[in-house]
Design a protein around this ligand. Structure first.
Ligand SMILES: NC(=O)c1ccc[n+]([C@@H]2O[C@H](COP(=O)([O-])OP(=O)(O)OC[C@H]3O[C@@H](n4cnc5c(N)ncnc54)[C@H](OP(=O)(O)O)[C@@H]3O)[C@@H](O)[C@H]2O)c1
Length: 283
């Protein structure tokens, strides 16, 4: 069976395809439209976007034009990190639905616990995130998001929501790739039964120069990106690779091999060669 047909089950029993197509940096218009249209042709059934990728219109159009029924595509979008108050969230969510030409999303995430202009661990947006989460729950109860979750949340941020939640987040989407595996937030999310998603699973393109991962890829006769994606999946985490080139999107879904336990351990110890600066979710 192809990985494109496999699913994880979220903590609210929703099925989520194990491999997603990421769309960050894909420009609204031809670039985003063509990439998503081509991914859907290849067989991807899970698309990850965000209001702040400013490409929801093209993503929605590509899904609409694909000929697939709405319920055949798992669609995720995200609430901008800067918006935390009830009324603005409801307004922004409706704008996302309008952009995407749909009346529901499969997964709606709080993009980050802090505004992008103020990423630090000294000041926490605890009250604001609690208000945002209560509003996410309201959206969930309305049926317009089939599941709700968070992104870039660390242990402190999850504990903050735990104090008030009636609905547990179904997903925490974090930066995760060979060399950057954030063990604290990974184990805490798993403990709570929150499905992890790996963003930048190819280190935004930065893994290709790694000698150790190249050696393992050669051993299995696959590429470095295929090795990196399989590593994420074998950790029980859902990767969201982005590709503008159709041949990349196609090979990223060709993951019919198994990395041995010994090779997984080697990959566990590969140093980080991705971007120098990370978002701070390592608490
Ligand atoms: N929640 C968040 O805060 C957050 C933050 C960052 C990302 N994300 C999500 O995670 C997704 C993925 O992360 P990312 O955009 O940082 O990038 P990524 O998936 O780690 O890497 C994308 C890069 O890898 C290249 N690539 C893909 N497949 C390849 C292959 N088979 N061979 C060689 N090169 C290949 C792409 O090239 P081509 O384009 O040339 O094909 C592109 O340059 C995003 O698109 C977004 O949906 C979420």
């Amino acid at each position: 069976m192809s990985i494109l047909d496999e699913t994880f089950e979220l903590n609210n029993q929703t099925k989520i395809p194990k491999l997603a197509f990421g769309t960050w940096r894909l420009k609204d218009g031809d670039e985003a439209y063509n990439a998503v249209a081509s991914a859907l042709k290849i067989g991807y059934r899970h698309v990850d976007t965000a209001f702040h990728y400013f490409n929801e219109k093209s993503v929605g159009q590509a899904i609409k034009d694909s000929g697939l029924k709405r319920d055949q595509v798992f669609l995720t979008t995200k609430l901008p990190a800067e918006i935390k108050n009830h009324d603005d969230i409801l307004k922004n969510f409706q704008e996302s639905l309008d952009n995407l030409q749909t009346d529901y999303v499969d997964l709606y995430l709080i993009h980050a616990p802090w505004p992008w202009s103020d990423i630090n661990l000294d000041y926490r947006y605890d009250g604001a995130n609690q208000e945002a989460w209560r509003t996410m729950e309201e959206i969930y109860q309305s049926g317009r998001a089939k599941a709700i979750g968070v992104s870039n949340f660390d242990v402190h941020d999850l504990k903050n929501l735990e104090k008030i939640w009636s609905v547990k987040p179904a997903v925490n989407q974090i930066e995760f790739y060979v060399g950057w595996t954030q063990p604290k937030i990974v184990s805490y999310s798993k403990l709570l039964g929150i499905q992890l998603e790996a963003y930048s699973p190819l280190a935004t393109g930065g893994l290709a120069t790694q000698a150790e991962i190249q050696n393992i890829a050669e051993k299995y006769r696959v590429s470095v990106p295929q090795t990196a994606l399989k590593y994420v999946l074998q950790k029980g985490i859902l990767p969201l690779p982005r590709a503008t080139k159709a041949e990349h999107a196609k090979s990223n879904a060709d993951l019919n091999f198994e990395i041995s336990a010994d090779d997984m351990t080697i990959l566990d110890h590969i140093p980080d060669t991705g971007q120098a600066r990370h978002n701070v979710t390592m608490g």
